[in-house]
Design a binder for this molecule. Structure first.
Ligand SMILES: [Zn+2]
Length: 333
């Protein structure tokens, strides 16, 4: 499915079978010499078929095409490894390029999940159930790194790179000031909320995400091109809604902890999720995995703000309120 969203600028819908995201938005810009494709889909056949059908309909020659990938997640990056040609450049961010080069250790992720209370039996199913492991990019990829303020020219678009860490460590958006177009990746989405998940201790993704939202709020944006679902226009309103969403999430977690001690997995199992399963036990293992990552990012934020603390109990990490009497439960802004 192709939608013209600007001059020489098209949205190609790439299906993501069995994912609640439903589809990935790939954007293709046709230029007189080079074309640009922004984000690609999973590295699997249905995504490839949709991409090839789209490129054929748009008469885009892949040999004259470069790629910009907003972030490391497999639904954005995966397929580029099957599309790239000898003559194409893949524009990407350095933090995540380094991460790919050094190798993402599945064992480290599993250990982190175990530490946070993910049940052993279900953990063993994660590598087979999680699309991020199944449909990742294959082979060594050569990236051309872009950073904050760099420009990317294609057709008559002059995009400025905007670093927006949060949804992922190196997430990068593109902003076209004269056309007021914002290529959002998964930084801001219209009718769904980007996941903010934490899978290692060294960073505080929610803190960085909220800062990135404030940064993008300053931009004069007319049209948002998100990584999933429909393009939309009310960027400032949407940013405010996303900030409100996370504040409610933080309050919910404080209420869930109350006077108890819980692992991140237990916290996640009690949070409200916008997903069509009747109970937590019925969630597919991949959704439990995403949910726990989301819980951890909020717990990390609360811990850094001094609202909660973590302890070790039987080799598992558990969280509790710093003030267990509940007299000081305000979350500093
Ligand atoms: Zn993503």
């Amino acid at each position: 499915m192709i939608e013209e969203v600007g001059t020489h600028l098209y949205k190609i819908e790439i299906p993501l079978p069995r994912s609640p995201l439903k589809a990935l938005n790939s954007y293709a810009i046709k230029g007189p010499e080079r074309n640009l494709i922004i984000d690609t889909g999973w590295n699997q056949q249905q995504c490839m078929d949709a991409m090839q059908a789209g490129l054929k309909e748009l008469e885009i020659d892949i040999a004259k095409t470069d790629f910009f990938i907003t972030h490391i997640h497999t639904d954005h990056l995966g397929l580029v490894s099957s599309l790239v040609t000898d003559t194409s450049t893949i524009y990407f961010n350095q933090p995540e390029g380094d991460r790919i080069r050094s190798g993402i250790s599945l064992n480290d992720l599993m250990d982190f999940a175990r530490l946070n209370g993910f049940p052993e039996k279900e953990l063993q199913r994660v590598p087979h159930a999680h699309p991020g492991f199944k449909f990742r990019a294959k082979g060594p990829l050569r990236f051309h790194y872009l950073k904050e303020g760099d420009t990317l020219r294609v057709s008559d678009y002059v995009f400025r790179c905007v670093e927006t860490p949060g949804h992922s460590k190196g997430h990068m958006c593109l902003y076209e000031p004269s056309k007021k177009i914002f290529v959002a990746g998964d930084h801001i989405l219209g009718d769904i909320t980007p996941t903010i998940a934490s899978w290692f201790d060294e960073w505080n993704p929610l803190e960085e995400y909220l800062q990135s939202l404030d940064k993008v709020y300053q931009l004069d944006i007319d049209l948002v091109l998100p990584g999933h679902r429909q393009v939309f226009r009310n960027a400032k309103q949407r940013i405010q809604e996303l900030k409100d969403h996370h504040r409610k999430r933080l309050e919910e977690i404080v209420a869930i902890l109350g006077k108890s001690r819980k692992s991140a997995f237990q916290v996640a199992s009690r949070m409200t999720w916008d997903i069509t399963y009747d109970s937590w036990d019925l969630f597919p293992v991949s959704q439990k995995w995403f949910a726990m990552g989301e819980a951890i990012s909020h717990l990390k934020y609360l811990e850094e703000k001094g609202v909660i603390r973590k302890e070790m109990r039987q080799r598992k990490r558990i969280y509790c309120m710093n003030d267990e009497d509940g007299t000081k439960r305000q979350i500093p802004g």
